[in-house]
Design a protein. Structure first.
Lengths: 326, 480, 80
């Protein structure tokens, strides 16, 4: 390339820039093609969104929460027409944002069940073990990350960046073979329903429960309580305005988990929820240490397996209708 | 923003465009704003610290001009340099202090103090600048924009190289006249750096992490292999990052100093340290070793040994207040002293024996490499006891019971045969290209090849990088 | 001493310390031009110069040296 002394500078920049552009064109085309293909790969968020939209006119009960409820509530075993909108790792910020989006979409909605667990008031996705979930909420639901800093990221709009190279390869491979790509085994009402799931017997043991609790304690931060409380208040006031019944639900855990919970922390959470119930005329049904559940109902110390989920949902349904007729 | 992210690519493209469109003195301002914008994405408060320290150094140097007496100048410069050193020590050791004295009041506040990004790099740059001004090697920088740009220059702030003030300011004068070759050279350098980091270094880390997490669980052969892998990993990682830094700098008309020169081919330890992390060792040589050695010159050999040893320990602890780094430095100090004191005698010995001298040409680099592999085990180890365990377990016979000396279990090393093969090939390819690019004949051949040949080469490299990309691990050297 | 004498004596010192009879010095010679002149031998050279010319330098003066020319001027200033 000639040196800059012989030609005026702007001309030079134009030459270099246009060559670079030409060079990048094939790369950009390949990236665009990959991005297009990547968007065809379903995930739990995209599947649930489509389900919610297609069933919008029939849903009268909505469940919102995290993995405990995602695995633990079987909508078909609830009276009426229920839908399970919960997802793994979901926190109250997203519970609130989803409720805000979903409630107006559902003309027949009469009741919303919101999950409260030991960790609920003290966690956030961005400070948790799987912060990348923020970008799925952004891409599928249009819910932006809480912090401005997290919004400066290519994963806000790029599916390729979000999925990562390895998983993208697998997904594209199955697309090519025209097999259905199964992200999560979700039934048609949003419940996680695996077939022949392998359960590790160690998971509900004291050691397994301790590992889970240690992980939870690592991510729980007292400083997050005020904002999480504000999200609960927002959900409660939103539902109160529309005269939709609000029921807080705590799913069962195995005793190895509840034995290790900090009693004061849990008592405080329960007191907070009781306060909200009084203020917004809501109900709180806690099945945390329900004696009705045996070891065979759990897949790990704080999650029910499909058998336990059916059992729990029927129990929950009975409690809900019982209180109604009272 | 990490260098290896899409957001940074966008930032760089936009920034380079704005820079190239700007004219003359505006370019310095654009570069300064870009540098601070980049720093702000890491930590806004620390950016204020950087600006403050820069301003303090600027005024100190300008005030120095007005003082003519030698004692006056010394009295002025000594506290300034000491002050910068104190800031460095404070931030590096605050966390350490809190860990050892947790009961103290304010211990919690101390524990939260994290060393600002790039602190070691920019403080060294500023200390060097002050000393160069004091020794009258370079003129005082009158322009505040230029002064502020020197420590904050974003390609170099995360992991170096540590460019000298004189070199930087001289080049800064000329950035009004860009050369299009610089842009192409810069982009090629960035590409090559990415290859080293993403294709070579990141794929060696799994094995290295495995052996260092549990040295007692591996055989001598596996541990030795792990030692080699770490040497190759840190070399590829750091030289890759340096290449990216130099390449980005070239997009803005600034060529940074080299940090590596095929170090594993060094014939002896002294030569190794002239070829490894060159900008750091040159800095410590010029600003620590030389003055120290000169002051101790009356103590003959003892003085020389002390100066060498202190300098090498400084190289070690520059990386952090950890015993493993200090011992790494001390071990290298020991190597260097022995080498320096015996070099003349060794040269004389081999001069008289030409056959052995030819053998020495191969044995020298091999021995030096192995000495460094041992030292690097210390560098990487999670603790001193772990390092000791590692090194002793390499000796056949000292490994844990039930492990044969020559066992090589790929599964335990978290790798597969194909991965090993690919890592080896990519490393060899990397070093060959490295070597070839320094030979004018090969560089000329590549430059004069038709454009589609060059572009195909670039596309192939980009494809390989894209296919190899895993979750990017942080650069080992960004935390310093 | 004249400049030429200084240069001659200096060249002899360099040749002796660096053990190379082929060394030639000019005012613009720097460490890069001479093989074997590195940071370790630099101080040996200065010490030999101090002994040979019976002078003594300060750290600051030594650090400021950029070339052989600077060194010769420094020696000349001491030998007055």
């Amino acid at each position: 390339m000639p040196s800059s002394n012989s030609l005026p500078s702007h001309w030079h920049i134009f030459r270099v820039a246009s060559r670079l552009l030409l060079f990048s064109l094939p790369i950009l085309l390949v990236c665009a093609a990959l991005e297009f293909r990547a968007r065809q790969v379903p995930n739990s968020y995209s599947i649930k969104r489509r389900q919610l939209e297609s069933l919008a006119n029939e849903i009268d009960t909505l469940f919102i929460g995290s993995s405990s409820g995602y695995y633990g509530i079987v909508p078909k075993h609830l009276s009426g027409f229920a839908y399970n909108l919960a997802d793994a790792g979901e926190t109250l910020y997203y519970d609130d944002a989803l409720a805000t989006k979903a409630v107006p979409m559902l003309p027949k909605l009469k009741r919303v069940l919101v999950q409260i667990q030991y960790i609920s008031l003290y966690i956030s996705v961005e400070d948790g073990p799987e912060p990348w979930r923020m970008y799925y909420y952004q891409q599928e639901w249009g819910i932006p990350p809480v912090k401005l800093r997290d919004r400066l990221d290519a994963r806000m709009f790029s599916r390729v960046a979000l999925n990562g190279a390895a998983s993208l390869g697998k997904a594209l491979g199955s697309l090519r073979r025209r097999e259905p790509y199964v992200a999560d085994p979700i039934d048609d009402r949003g419940w996680w329903a695996p077939v022949n799931e392998e359960i590790d017997p160690e998971a509900i043991s004291p050691a397994g429960a301790k590992a889970t609790l240690d992980r939870h304690h690592l991510y729980m931060k007292a400083a997050l309580e005020p904002e999480n409380l504000s999200y609960l208040e927002h959900i409660a006031s939103l539902l109160r305005e529309r005269n939709i019944e609000l029921v807080f639900v705590t799913l069962p855990v195995w005793h190895t988990y509840s034995d290790g919970m900090n009693k004061d922390t849990w008592a405080h959470t329960q007191a907070v929820v009781d306060g909200l119930c009084k203020k917004y005329h809501a109900r709180y049904l806690s099945f945390l240490t329900s004696p009705y559940f045996k070891a065979e109902d759990f897949k790990d110390a704080d999650h029910l397996n499909p058998q336990g989920a059916v059992k729990f949902t029927e129990l929950l349904d009975a409690a809900l209708t019982h209180s109604e007729t009272k | 923003m990490s260098f290896l992210s899409l957001e940074f690519a966008a930032f760089l493209a936009l920034g380079a465009l704005v820079f190239q469109l700007a004219r003359g003195p505006w370019r310095r301002l654009v570069l300064l704003l870009l540098s601070y914008a980049f720093y702000l994405t890491w930590n806004p408060r620390q950016a204020v610290l950087l600006l403050g320290i820069t301003a303090a150094v600027y005024y100190t140097a300008r005030s120095l001009e007005k003082i003519s007496s030698a004692r006056g100048r010394l009295g002025f410069i000594l506290p300034a340099v000491a002050g910068l050193l104190l800031v460095l020590v404070f931030f590096k050791c605050a966390g350490l202090f809190a860990r050892y004295f947790p009961a103290r009041r304010g211990g919690d506040a101390l524990a939260d103090i994290v060393a600002p990004i790039g602190l070691s790099y920019y403080l060294f740059k500023l200390m060097g600048y002050l000393l160069d001004v004091y020794w009258e090697k370079i003129p005082v920088q009158r322009n505040f924009v230029s002064m502020a740009l020197y420590p904050a220059f974003f390609p170099q702030i995360l992991s170096g190289p540590i460019q000298r003030a004189g070199d930087f300011f001289t080049q800064l004068e000329k950035i009004g006249n860009p050369r299009s070759e610089d842009i192409v050279t810069g982009l090629r350098r960035i590409l090559f750096g990415m290859f080293k980091k993403v294709v070579v270094a990141d794929h060696l880390s799994a094995m290295v992490d495995a052996v260092h997490a549990n040295p007692a669980g591996y055989s001598p052969l596996e541990l030795l292999f792990g030692g080699y892998c770490f040497a190759f990993q840190i070399y590829s990682d750091f030289s890759g990052v340096t290449d990216i830094a130099i390449g980005i700098g070239l997009l803005f008309g600034i060529k940074g100093p080299e940090n590596f020169n095929m170090p594993f081919f060094a014939r002896n330890i002294q030569e190794f340290w002239r070829r490894w992390h060159i900008s750091l060792t040159c800095w410590l040589t010029d600003y620590l070793f030389m003055p120290l050695r000169f002051s101790l010159r009356r103590f003959g050999t003892a003085g020389l040994s002390a100066a060498i040893f202190v300098t090498m320990v400084a190289v070690g602890i520059w990386h952090g207040p950890r015993m493993t780094y200090a011992v790494f430095g001390a071990l290298n100090g020991f190597y260097m002293v022995v080498s320096a004191l015996t070099l003349k005698k060794r040269n004389d010995y081999f001069q008289k024996r030409p056959l052995l001298a030819r053998l020495r040409a191969y044995a020298g680099p091999l021995l030096t490499f192995h000495l460094m592999v041992v030292a690097l085990i210390l560098f990487r180890a999670n603790s001193l006891p772990s390092a000791w365990l590692y090194i002793t377990h390499i000796i056949p016979g000292f490994q844990s019971a039930g492990i044969s000396a020559l066992r090589f279990d790929r599964a335990l090393l978290h790798t597969r045969q194909i991965a090993l093969l690919l890592a080896g090939i990519s490393y060899a390819a990397m070093e060959s290209v490295n070597w070839a690019s320094r030979q004018n004949v090969w560089a000329a051949r590549f430059d004069s090849a038709p454009w589609f040949v060059r572009w195909t080469a670039y596309y192939v490299v980009i494809l390989i990088i894209a296919c190899s990309a895993q979750e990017t691990r942080t650069f080992i050297y960004a935390q310093f | 001493m004249t400049d030429a004498e200084i240069q001659q004596k200096l060249t002899a010192i360099f040749r002796s310390v660096l053990d190379k009879d082929s060394i030639e010095l000019t005012a613009t010679t720097t460490a890069k031009d001479i093989e074997g002149w590195d940071s370790l031998t630099h101080v040996d050279l200065i010490v030999a110069v101090e002994k040979g010319f019976k002078v003594s330098f300060t750290t600051k003066e030594v650090m400021a040296l950029q070339s052989v020319g600077d060194l010769m001027r420094l020696i000349a200033s001491r030998c007055k």
